[in-house]
Write a protein that binds this ligand. Structure first.
Ligand SMILES: [Zn+2]
Length: 445
């Protein structure tokens, strides 16, 4: 097994004590972090200089849609949207209806390429597309595996067109979770995903809950991302969104609620009491103009929050910076977020909410070696342990991502993606994007 020794780095452990270790070595043995300490004398096949560099656990994107990348720069001819449902109806549902499995594969390649280039090593994806359900998770898994990332994959079940479409979505998740049980894979995890309460019947929500009890895997659902959820549930059920989910018995410690922008104090109490967690997607929420997630209140109640990108901007540090800033301006109070809190969201919290806290999310002996090394060059000010979180949030960019390891394997070396070639990614996209865009009325010639 390949042994890599990182020498003399600042190790930002994100361990329970949040230790930051100066002038420290780290040994990767195969897929595992096998030693962390000063002046390690172990032999290694490869030595990486960590002088002036920070090593962190790889960033974890707690909620994404890899396919989102397929619309980059697409000049869609649509009427301006005025609310969240129109954004789905005029843009995303049109697009995902056009997808075939090959689009899913190409988008996974492209998004994962961008993810690792900026230090993300693991993500939780929910794919959507009524014309590409059966087998699509295998197509996505292929792309993720070629880039060498760690992924939590799910199909987003919805009954927006028909009940049978919802059942097929759930079935695809069960198939994939069972497949991974039979053929365990170090990098891949299956998940149950439900779209959002306003496109789901009580029956499908409960059936998914029962399935997750029988065959355990995390379960995620978009929750009050826009006001449409709230209005829909009040109108039909005389309940707010989280109240309905709670009454259906779906909430639990295996449930990650995506967004939770429009949740009130009573709903936050229900989330807290159930042990459910939240995936916060600030850049997407800003782009869709849906509002600001009450993260301050979530922290006050002790609700675990991880950080997602919702398929929008695959740059972890940009996302971290946005999460750090948005709550300050929202509350007109500089104290509401700290750099450490946001980096926790983007690392250890992401691992814990998806049940991977024993395996990844921090730098500790015995954990899987998912690591990002940041090298500010030139280093403008001294990097001190007390200031390291602030150094990242205030100063770092994806350009500082020098080395990235996933499961002990180096995927970025000296700022360059080495696990897959850029032209392989481009070719896969060239094969599908013109066809996809043509279905959306865009000619690329
Ligand atoms: Zn989403």
């Amino acid at each position: 097994m390949l042994r890599t020794l990182i020498k003399n780095a600042i190790i930002v452990t994100m361990d329970p004590q949040r230790r930051i270790l100066k002038n420290t070595d780290l040994l990767i043995d195969g897929s595992t972090i096998s030693a962390v300490g000063s002046n390690l004398k172990e032999s290694a096949d490869k030595v990486v200089d960590g002088t002036g560099r920070m090593v962190l656990p790889g960033f974890i994107c707690g909620h994404t849609h890899l396919y989102g990348i397929m619309l980059r720069g697409a000049p869609l001819d649509i009427k301006p949207t005025t609310d969240f449902l129109q954004i789905l109806d005029r843009i995303w549902w049109k697009v995902d209806s056009a997808f075939v499995n090959e689009d899913a594969y190409a988008s996974a390649l492209a998004s994962c390429y961008e993810f690792i280039r900026s230090g993300t090593t693991c993500f939780a994806d929910t794919y959507s597309g009524p014309g590409s359900i059966e087998g699509v998770l295998d197509a996505i898994a292929k792309g993720v595996t070629e880039v060498g990332m760690r992924g939590i994959l799910a199909f987003e079940a919805t009954e927006r067109n028909s009940k049978s479409e919802g059942a097929r979505g759930l079935k695809e998740n069960v198939r994939f979770i069972k497949k991974l049980q039979q053929e365990p894979n170090d990098l891949l995890t299956g998940m149950y995903s439900l779209h959002a309460s306003f496109t789901l019947s009580d029956e499908l929500i409960q059936k998914t809950r029962e399935q997750a009890d029988k065959l355990p895997s995390p379960l995620t659902i978009h929750t009050s991302e826009g006001l449409i959820d709230v209005y829909h549930n009040i109108e039909r059920y005389d309940k707010r969104t989280v109240e309905r989910l709670f009454d259906l018995g779906v909430l639990g410690s295996d449930v990650v609620l995506a967004h939770c922008v429009h949740v009130n104090h009573d709903e936050l109490q229900l989330i807290k009491g159930s042990g459910a967690t939240v995936a916060h997607n600030p850049m997407s929420n800003m782009n869709n103009a849906v509002g600001v997630t009450p993260v301050k209140e979530m922290y006050e109640l002790g609700i675990p929050v991880c950080l997602g990108n919702d398929g929008f901007i695959f740059d972890a540090i940009e996302n971290i910076r946005t999460a750090y800033l948005i709550h300050k301006v929202h509350h007109l109070d500089t104290r509401v977020t700290t750099p450490q809190q946001i980096i926790e969201m983007a690392t250890i919290n992401g691992a814990q909410v998806y049940g991977l806290g024993e395996k990844i999310g921090s730098i500790e002996t015995g954990k899987q070696a998912d690591l990002v090394m940041l090298h500010p060059n030139p280093k403008v000010t001294p990097i001190l342990p007390e200031g390291v979180y602030g150094y990242i949030v205030y100063g770092c960019t994806a350009h500082d991502v020098e080395q990235v390891f996933v499961n002990g394997k180096q995927v970025v070396e000296n700022h360059k993606v080495v696990s897959v070639k850029a032209n392989v990614v481009e070719k896969a996209l060239e094969r599908v994007v013109p066809k996809l865009w043509e279905k959306l009325g865009i000619t690329t010639e």
